[in-house]
Design a protein around this ligand. Structure first.
Ligand SMILES: Nc1ncnc2c1ncn2[C@@H]1O[C@H](COP(=O)(O)OP(=O)(O)O)[C@@H](O)[C@H]1O
Ligand SMILES: [Mg+2]
Length: 243
């Protein structure tokens, strides 16, 4: 089967720093692929290159059978490639419900003119229900806890009916109950057919949730394999302990 996402030889330097240095990886359809690696190994930069927030110096990105190298984030979002950010990005001055509405592609003018289709109103209501956020639907996003903002960002990404979702540290800095909730939502969406590529530091979460695991070190992948093999691989141990 062809990979849903193929990254080939991507590179990005900042001044003299090779943040991503010829990275290649493939995400198979219906997988939950983990991307791990020491701090500063280039994981977020790689996400930015894949999702069009940065253009690579060299290399290629293919998504769903098309070359999308350097495509802009909005176009990729509409094609089914969505991502979240390490520091959750939601609109703090919009309510929870409004955040989901703008994620469906409505302009702010349409939002305040209440010109939403019945189908999209229904999708927003269902997501609020599914994420147990109906009771906070009218709160401003700025009033949510950090963990709730991360959940909202994830829910908002789902408004685009994505094929592939990239999550950058979805559980970092959130409490254990919220980690379990986040994990559950990832599992449910995965069961419904969504493919994931996840940067995750919490190893127990990676072990439970992800297969395969791709390890990045100094901007280059050094290992790809099942989660059980990661913790005993000498290259991986070196990357983490040698840093
Ligand atoms: N916009 C930028 N300008 C300069 N250096 C950057 C920029 N973004 C990231 N870096 C550097 O690139 C390296 C990789 O960063 P990053 O991709 O954030 O790593 P990770 O997400 O794996 O922790 C780090 O050394 C970081 O300081
Ligand atoms: Mg990062």
């Amino acid at each position: 089967m062809a990979a849903l996402l193929e990254v080939e030889g991507l590179a990005k330097t900042f001044g003299s720093l090779r943040a991503v240095d010829g990275a290649s990886l493939a995400v198979e359809p219906h997988s939950i692929t983990a991307l791990i690696g020491p701090n500063g190994s280039g994981k977020t930069t790689l996400f930015n290159l894949i999702t069009g927030y940065l253009s690579p110096d060299s290399g290629h990105v293919r998504f769903d059978g098309r070359d999308v190298t350097g495509a802009n984030p909005g176009r990729l979002y509409r094609r089914g490639l969505s991502r979240t950010f390490q520091q959750a990005r939601v609109f703090p001055q919009l309510t929870v419900q409004e955040n989901l509405t703008v994620a469906a592609g409505y302009s702010w003018a349409q939002l305040f003119g209440r010109r939403m289709s019945a189908a999209d109103r229904e999708r927003v209501a269902r997501l609020l229900e599914e994420f147990r956020m109906a009771h906070v639907a009218d709160l401003f996003a700025s009033e949510l806890s950090y963990g709730q903002r991360k959940l909202l960002e994830f829910a908002a990404v789902l408004m685009s009916s994505p094929k592939l979702v990239l999550l950058d540290e979805p559980t970092a800095g959130v409490n254990p109950v919220m980690i379990a909730t986040m994990e559950q939502h990832i599992r449910e969406r995965h069961a419904a057919g969504v493919t994931f590529l996840i940067v995750e530091h919490d190893m127990p979460v990676v072990m439970r949730l992800c297969d395969p695991v791709v390890v990045l070190d100094q901007g280059r992948e050094i290992f790809t394999g099942p989660p059980q093999a990661v913790q005993t691989n000498p290259l991986v141990l070196d990357a983490y302990l040698g840093a």
